[in-house]
Write a protein that binds this ligand. Structure first.
Ligand SMILES: Cc1ncc(COP(=O)(O)O)c(C=O)c1O
Length: 355
């Protein structure tokens, strides 16, 4: 891209990664684990033990896998039969859409309500064929979240035999919000919570995620899961990342500052931004064509953001929070794109009045 557009710098704000990279402790631990690569790893057992300790659970309640998406894939493989139905929101996290739709079962959705999961409508939509309901809290791609009260009302209305995935990939970013619920504090037997080392812990490429659920559920997943994921090097990095509280603190500080800065700049630019509790902000444009043009013109300026057409929101773009420097570059590029689009609009108008 650098060559194609003659750019000196390119910033990627498209995949909600940690702009600070991994913690130094995680890198060092991965390096220390490298000589052990000749042996098969422990299937995540040491990591499961540590997570169980950290969250005051039994190891039987914890699973670790190749990213939270890897665990999601196992849930889909373990529990869905051909006649089952999956239920979620419109424009759900694209990774889940691909997994569930790829399984070939009926995939049903209900619309957002004010850019949030409409939990009462989802409870209403559950029927005798519904096997799995997928919820992300906070949600990707909107960044919005639901409260414990809303979830508990929903849960009470959904039959116990329905498995609920509660995807908390952005948990650490949202944990500071007073009304954001930590699902570790409201456990139900038919809920599996999924979390990841890919976001706040900066280990997206290591592919490590984890889940908490009833031991029967975890034991079924362990039977289906590939025995040697996550890899030994990745597990070592994740274990060290868990201990690096200073890095996590820096990450969250950078994110809070970045969200505040971007929100203010977007407001001043007159852009409609959804309120986010995660590490990204989604912009809503009036039309798909405007979103497409902004995306392409940002690209030409070296700023890669995420178009959400494939996810189901064609008039939206999602922008990950970067370092302050990257955020400023993004805002400058947006201002310049704005000016170019306004100029093109003026020229079009004047052409229309003179011809
Ligand atoms: C809501 C949500 N869940 C899961 C994932 C995947 O995370 P992992 O890298 O752990 O597979 C993402 C990544 O963007 C996400 O946004």
């Amino acid at each position: 891209m650098r060559q194609r557009f003659g750019l000196s710098r390119v910033v990627k704000l498209a995949s909600n990664e940690n702009p600070l990279g991994p913690s130094t402790l995680a890198i060092e631990a991965a390096q220390r684990a490298l000589p052990g690569m000749g042996r098969y790893p422990d299937g995540g057992l040491a990591l499961r033990r540590r997570l169980a300790e950290r969250f005051h659970l039994k190891v039987e309640n914890v699973i670790a896998g190749a990213g939270s998406e890897g665990i999601m894939a196992n849930v889909v493989r373990t529990f869905l039969c051909d006649d089952d139905e999956v239920l979620t929101t419109d424009a759900a996290f694209s990774g889940f859409q691909v997994l569930a739709q790829g399984r070939g079962v009926t995939y049903r959705t209900v619309p957002y309500r004010e850019w949030r999961y409409d939990l009462p409508a989802l409870a209403e939509a559950a029927n005798e064929r519904t096997k799995l309901i997928y919820l992300a809290n906070p949600n990707n791609p909107t960044g919005t979240f639901f409260t414990r009260e809303t979830f508990e009302e929903f849960h009470a209305r959904v039959p116990e035999r329905v498995l609920i995935i509660l995807d908390e990939a952005y948990f650490e970013f949202a944990a500071g919000e007073p009304s954001y619920p930590d699902s570790m504090k409201y456990r139900f037997d038919n809920v599996i919570t999924l979390r990841t080392f890919s976001k706040a812990y900066g280990l997206a490429s290591a592919r490590v995620g984890y889940g908490f659920a009833h031991e029967n559920l975890i034991s079924m997943l362990l039977k289906v899961k590939l025995p040697f994921e996550p890899s030994g090097v990745s597990s070592a990095a994740a274990l060290a990342a868990l201990d690096d509280r200073e890095f996590l603190h820096k990450t969250l500080e950078n994110n809070t500052r970045g969200l505040a800065y971007l929100n203010q700049e977007f407001r001043e630019l007159g852009l409609a931004a959804l309120p986010s509790a995660a590490n990204f902000i989604t912009l809503v444009f009036e039309a798909e064509e405007e979103a497409r043009q902004v995306f392409e013109k940002l690209l030409r300026r070296g700023v890669i953001v995420r178009p959400l057409k494939a996810t189901g929101l064609p008039n939206c773009l999602r922008i990950s929070v970067g370092t302050q420097d990257e955020n400023e570059l993004c805002v400058e590029a947006l201002k310049s794109v704005r000016a170019e689009l306004e100029m093109a609009g003026l020229e079009r108008d004047s052409y229309a009045t003179t011809h």
